[in-house]
Structures are given as structure tokens and as C-alpha cells.
Design a protein around this ligand. Structure first.
Ligand code: ZN
Length: 78
């Protein structure tokens, strides 16, 4: 599992209705991940988020992915 720690900003999940924050969810299996740079995949992530406006450095927590697709981050679960 990747741990994302960056400066003073508190990373949180960008998905609509999801308030996951790594700080508040220590000890869970859920983790936050930065969006991929690859266009097609990024679009998929944006679709999962369900919102038009995303933060500059959006993250998505692993609860939006099915376990078998988690490694590749290729198939967001809807
Ligand atoms: Zn989330």
C-alpha cells in the first residue's frame, strides 16, 4: 500500500459523497491514490468521482475500486 504524505495539505478522496481522509482512517485497508496521468484512465477516475470540478491534485480512495482491479487501477467500480 502506498502512503501519500505531502506537506501540510490533508489529502482526501475527491469522489462525490466520499469524505475519506487518510488521517481520519488510519488502520483501515482503504488508501488514497493520485490520479493517473494517462488520459483515458484519468477520465475513468473522473467518472467515478461523479463531479465536474476536481481539485488541482485530486485523489481517489481505494474503496472505489474492486479488489481484483485494484492493482492495475484500471477498472473503477460503479
Ligand atoms: Zn473515496
Amino acid at each position: 500500500m502506498t502512503k501519500i504524505m505531502r506537506g501540510t495539505t490533508m489529502p482526501h478522496c475527491a469522489a462525490f459523497g466520499c469524505n475519506f481522509q487518510s488521517k481520519l482512517n488510519k488502520g483501515t485497508d482503504v488508501s488514497l491514490h493520485s490520479f493517473p496521468h494517462e488520459k483515458t484512465r484519468r477520465k475513468q477516475w473522473e467518472d467515478v468521482c461523479g463531479r465536474v470540478q476536481l481539485p488541482k491534485d485530486p485523489r481517489l480512495c481505494s474503496s472505489h475500486f474492486s479488489p481484483d482491479a485494484f492493482e492495475a487501477f484500471s477498472r473503477p467500480r460503479l
